[in-house]
Design a protein around this ligand. Structure first.
Ligand code: PGA
Length: 228
């Protein structure tokens, strides 16, 4: 299976920066084992999908609504994301969990699956001692009972901190997640950088990475992709 190299651009880039980064990445060739998926701002998805036509880079969104359609001002319908060419959607990122519940995340994942999107459901603990309990509960409550989805293991203390979880922690968590959801690919996120991506991606239990800060510059993101 290919290794998934997912970029989460969050709310970090201007339109000009997003399009410039897209154009640089679009002109590169990647190792055949890499499947690159960018998650830009909603506002630039259509332009970026157009720019990357004919390349192997796929595009996803950073969230979607838990509802199918209707009177939900400001929300983004999963089906519309699929219509404009998105293939994945990041759900349950810890930066959103202060205002959404596990049940909301499961409803969003079901809407995404119904629309033909592959949900990337984020799980992760803040206290390593609570790891097994938190991951088990999040997986039980956030994941749809059927259909395909990816699980992103993102321990909160590693996100944006410059200090990734250790290889043994990543392997332990990914193995636990795989024992609970054997058919779902597991990717790791939290301070992935050019210096640690190679060893993280070489773990048997890890099917890819979700990269925040280091995906905002072509140079560092390309090094991560090349480290496969
Ligand atoms: P980071 O973010 O790579 O900047 O730690 C990862 C994420 O939040 O998905």
């Amino acid at each position: 299976m290919k290794k998934l190299i997912c970029a989460n651009w969050k709310m970090s880039l201007s339109r000009e920066e997003s399009l410039h980064l897209t154009s640089t990445l679009g002109s590169e060739s990647f190792p055949s084992k890499a499947q690159v998926i960018l998650h830009p701002s909603f506002l630039f998805l259509t332009e970026i999908v157009e720019m990357l036509k004919g390349t192997k880079i796929a595009i996803g969104a950073q969230d979607c609504s838990a509802f199918d359609k209707g009177a939900y001002t400001g929300q983004i319908r999963a089906k519309n994301l699929a219509e404009i060419g998105c293939v994945t959607v990041i759900l349950g990122h810890s930066e959103r969990r202060s205002f959404e519940t596990n049940i909301d995340i499961q409803e969003k994942a079901k809407q995404a699956q119904k629309a033909g999107l592959l949900p990337i459901i984020c799980v992760g603990e803040n206290d390593p001692k609570q790891r097994a309990k938190i991951l088990t509960q999040q997986i039980q409550e956030c994941c749809p009972k059927t259909g395909n989805f990816i699980l992103a293991y993102e321990p909160l203390y590693a996100i944006g901190s410059g200090q990734s979880a250790s290889l043994s922690e990543i392997h332990e968590a990914a193995s636990l997640i795989k024992s609970l959801q054997p058919s779902s690919p597991v990717i790791y996120g939290g301070s992935v950088s050019p210096s640690n991506a190679g060893e993280i991606l070489s773990l048997d239990s890890i099917d890819g990475v979700l990269v925040g800060g280091a995906s905002l510059k072509a140079e560092s993101f390309l090094k991560i992709i090349q480290s496969i």
